[in-house]
Design a protein. Structure first.
Lengths: 344, 303
């Protein structure tokens, strides 16, 4: 008998035992999203901007949740939520993504199906409107997991995807951020500002992501980003790397990360959360705390993660000032938050 | 105890199809890389220098699928991936899809040491190479008559790719522990023969094909990369050692013959633990490999 089957049986038994609590209640469905972590403080945010971010997060959260509520798969739910944030210019993914040193958006995305495990990812694409859709096609229609740059766009064309000009992604706000970053770099005291926050553009660590649990008990994760403002052409962060920024397995959990990607890669953050759950038998909250507040902090890596397990447990944790985030489940929870003290 | 292990790819290497003179050629290549890396350790050098040296020698050897003699994409070009990781501070550098860098492992190391990034790909990685004063070589440098032949037969639909020169899955790698106890891992590859341009396998992905963490283990993998990515193979081995207390041998065995087999992926890997114990295991017919340590072990094997 496969490990997966055993896990499934154990899970069914567990549900059976929990039956007295939730007599005929269907298994929970849940979705958790993030829109990036970084210097997100109430003192620096106008009420209008805060409202606009909240509206963007709510749209993504509810779009993803609706897929689950209709009986759709977690894979479709995370993709739908991420697509909404890719299309929203205030988040660093798809349209409105940050710009590299040459002034172009270079986009990365990954998706993982916890029931496979199957995964697809793209990196360094410059003409794909919704990179998360291309990542899904890599998973569904190619034997590969990761395609990069021109080769990934060739695949997009072969799959009948229409490409968009680079100008589609560029917004005035991102052009301004890039200019600030370049100026800071050129300044005599210029330390590498782009790794953390760009002065005047506090949200440059943005990445968007979602994790979900569907009625069939399957977990999925998806992440999409434009990376770092003023990044070196060709630089790839953790987002499209399975195990680093994105991971899902029905045997443990689903995770999507946002933060200083280089640290996430070196610590294999997303997979590490799930390994702690599966092998150290930590709760999801303990595992996320250990990785984000202990391990990442120890090395100086800033950011956060969202995570979800098959019991519908939700974790959203970050060691930065704030993280755009939201969670909704069939037990009636629906939160949207951005600052450290939850509920705001 | 200081020690080093290397691999030159795993795949179907049936004895019958590997003529004696070719086998000798592979063995010589493996020996040169093994001894080159070991000499660094013997001189008191770091494990990082040792793995980089061994991998560079394998990249320069035309029989192995990395650097000169790498497998070719469906367009007939070489597209190279490499990664290096220093177990001391979990520092890492990697490059993917480079076409004009003679020794991708050197560029991966430069990414680790001179950039604030871990992974650079494609034209951007080559731009960085130029900024770092690497001289680029024409793509033709990598192409050998054998690899062209292999590509042509693959494109004719003959499934010969696992044969001579072995392994579309060929990849080269090294892991080492130096006298100070530092672990390091390095991996370099041309990927699969006839691959789609832009396809990146597990080699340059930290945690998938390459991983090193002091006190735990260092791993370099070779095999069907997509499966190694999904299983987060290299980090899985280290997590099994660190979190579950498995021996390195048990952890490697579980990954290759349990998890990856269940997923349908084959390949092999080399690993070394905090004490310098080496494990070399594979689920394919063979794996080009070698190990040498300060206790006097020195072996090269294929089957």
């Amino acid at each position: 008998m496969s490990r997966r089957k055993i896990t499934a049986i154990v899970f069914v038994l567990f549900l059976g035992m929990a039956g007295s609590v939730s007599a005929a209640a269907p298994p929970p469905i849940a979705i958790v999203i993030h829109g990036g972590a970084g210097v997100i403080e109430s003192s620096k945010m106008s009420p209008e901007r805060a409202a606009s971010y909240r509206a963007g997060l709510a749209a993504a959260l509810d779009t993803g949740y609706d897929v689950l509520a209709r009986g759709g798969t977690s894979l479709d739910a995370v993709m739908a939520a991420v697509r909404v944030m890719e299309d929203d210019p205030q988040f660093n993914a798809g349209r409105g993504a940050v710009l590299n040193h040459e002034g172009d958006a270079e986009l990365d995305a990954a998706i993982m199906d916890g029931s496979g495990p199957r995964a697809g990812a793209v990196a360094g694409v410059r003409h794909v409107r919704n990179p998360i859709e291309l990542a899904r096609l890599v998973m569904d229609k190619s034997p590969h997991v990761l395609l990069v740059a021109d080769g990934a766009e060739e695949f997009a064309l072969e799959q009948g995807m229409a490409l968009v000009p680079r100008g589609y992604f560029r917004t005035e706000a991102r052009e301004q951020e890039l200019e600030n970053a370049r100026r800071a770099e050129a300044a005599p005291t210029g330390k590498p500002t782009t790794l953390i926050a760009v002065p005047g553009g506090e949200y440059s660590m943005g990445t968007v992501g979602a994790v979900a649990l569907d009625r069939a008990g399957n977990l999925a994760a998806a992440t999409s980003t434009g990376g770092l403002t003023n990044k070196h052409r060709g630089r790839i962060g953790d987002t499209p790397l399975i195990g680093a920024g994105t991971y899902a397995s029905n045997e443990s959990c689903a995770v999507s990360g946002t933060g200083q990607g280089e640290y996430y890669i070196r610590q294999v953050v997303a997979y590490d959360v799930c390994a702690l759950v599966q092998y150290r038998h930590m709760t999801l909250a303990q595992a996320v705390h250990e990785v984000v507040q202990v391990k990442l902090r120890r090395t100086g890596g800033e950011g956060g993660v969202i995570a979800l397990d098959r019991g519908g447990n939700i974790a959203m944790d970050f060691n930065s000032a704030g993280m755009f985030r939201g969670a909704r489940d069939s037990r009636g929870r629906r939160d949207i938050a951005m600052y450290r003290d939850a509920g705001h | 105890m200081y020690a080093i292990a290397i691999h030159g790819g795993a795949g179907a290497v049936p004895r019958a199809t590997l003529p004696p003179e070719r086998e000798r050629n592979y063995r010589e290549g493996l020996e040169a890389a093994l001894d080159g890396g070991y000499a660094v350790l013997e001189r008191g050098g770091t494990s990082l220098d040792a793995v980089a040296t061994a991998v560079r020698l394998l990249e320069d050897h035309p029989s192995f699928n990395a650097g000169h003699g790498a497998a070719l994409t469906r367009d007939g070009a070489a597209e190279l991936d490499a990664a290096v990781m220093d177990g001391r501070q979990l520092r890492a550098g990697a490059v993917a899809s480079v076409r004009h860098v003679k020794n991708p492992i050197d560029l991966a190391r430069r990414v680790m040491e001179k950039s604030r990034h871990v992974l650079l790909v494609g034209a951007g990685a080559e731009e960085f190479a130029l900024e770092e004063h690497f001289s680029l070589v024409p793509n033709q440098y990598f192409r050998t008559a054998e690899r062209l032949e292999q590509l042509e037969s693959e494109q004719r639909g003959e499934r010969v790719s696992d044969l001579v020169p072995p392994a579309p899955q060929g990849t080269v790698g090294a892991v080492a522990r130096d006298a100070a106890g530092n672990l390091a891992a390095a991996t370099s590859t041309g990927g699969m023969t006839n691959k789609r341009p832009g396809r990146v396998g597990d080699s340059p992905i930290i945690g998938a094909g390459t991983y090193a963490k002091n006190g735990v283990c260092a791993v370099s993998a070779t095999g069907h990369g997509e499966y190694f990515i999904r299983a987060v193979a290299a980090h899985h081995v280290c997590a099994a050692v660190e979190y579950r207390g498995l021996t390195l041998e048990q952890a490697v065995h579980e990954l290759l013959h349990g998890i990856l087999r269940e997923l349908g992926g084959d390949g092999g890997l080399i690993a070394i633990d905090h004490a310098g114990r080496v494990v070399m295991d594979f689920s394919t017919e063979g794996m080009f490999r070698g190990a040498r340590d300060a206790a006097g072990r020195r072996e090269i094997a294929i089957y």
